[in-house]
Design a protein around this ligand. Structure first.
Ligand SMILES: [Zn+2]
Length: 280
């Protein structure tokens, strides 16, 4: 897909699974399990889908997947599978290596979004994208260094320490046009200072939905993950995003939906629904 000067591609970095109950909050299992059948441990399959935005000069990646640093035990808990898809193989489809990436925009620093930014060489953390600048919201970085009891399990400080250590961290303070035609929208429901990435040439617009709308199922307003630290704000976040997406005919791109890469939405009588499914 092309928007303005950029070519956009979906980069599948692997799959994992989280508890279905936690993903859908107050929605009863009898309802969500029809949309997302769970395994024997009640986990539902999830994608780890990054977005590649490239032109002649820049190769930009949005989020980095879960990476390869987790222990065997945690890999099992999260059911991580990088056999069918992984970061390197997905980049190779576009003749790219990790060293070619010039910019990494991180929606937030939860382990399934920033884990792939570093890897272990012996016991040392190394940057997966040695030539890239990494963009994170300032408020989120502060939060990630001192998370609450509720969400501290979602952060592994070693995931992002090396970025700062190597002088590659660029802290963004609120709304910003990070690169030409690429700006960020900030939401505080899932975590403080999550930034969604919006690519627009004034005619076509795509938004990388991160954990504001992780699956297409979450287009339904009451579907809010229990991981979210401010659930009422999450509903407001979603409503704002969906309303803008309807009005502007935006494409919504999903990081975690196990099947669907992207959709356009429309407003129906009883909420928002999918108007069109889109594959990049
Ligand atoms: Zn996530």
């Amino acid at each position: 897909m092309k928007i303005g000067q950029y070519e956009l591609h979906s980069i599948e970095t692997g799959t994992f699974a989280l508890d279905g109950g936690a993903m859908f909050g107050i929605v009863p299992k009898g309802i969500w399990s029809k949309l997302h059948p769970s395994d024997e441990q009640n986990r539902v399959p999830m994608a780890l889908r990054s977005l590649l935005i490239m032109d002649d000069k820049r190769k930009i990646l949005v989020d980095t997947g879960i990476g390869t640093k987790l222990s065997k035990k945690n890999q099992k808990i999260y059911k991580i599978d990088q056999t069918e898809h992984n970061l390197e193989a997905s980049l190779e489809k576009y003749d790219l290596e990790t060293k070619d990436i010039t910019d990494v925009i991180l929606t937030h620093l939860h382990l399934d979004h920033v884990g792939g930014a570093t890897y272990l060489k012996g016991k040392k953390q190394k940057l997966t994208f040695p030539n890239a600048s990494f963009y994170v919201q300032k408020t989120h970085h502060e939060w990630a260094l001192k998370p609450s009891e509720k969400d501290k399990g979602s952060f592994i400080k070693e995931d992002f320490k090396a970025i700062e250590g190597e002088g590659k961290l660029r802290l963004i303070d609120g709304y910003a046009m990070i690169l030409p035609n690429i700006d960020v929208i900030i939401y505080d429901g899932h975590t403080i200072g999550q930034q969604l990435v919006k690519i627009s040439d004034g005619i076509n617009t795509l938004v990388y939905c991160g954990d504001v709308i992780p699956f297409t199922s979450h287009i339904r307003l009451p579907y809010i993950a229990s991981y979210d630290i401010n659930p009422i704000t999450s509903i407001e976040d979603k409503e704002k995003l969906l309303s803008r997406a309807c009005n502007g005919d935006w494409i919504l791109f999903f990081e975690h939906d196990p099947v669907t890469e992207a959709v356009k939405v429309e407003k129906a009588e009883n909420g928002y629904t999918i108007k069109e499914t889109i594959s990049l």
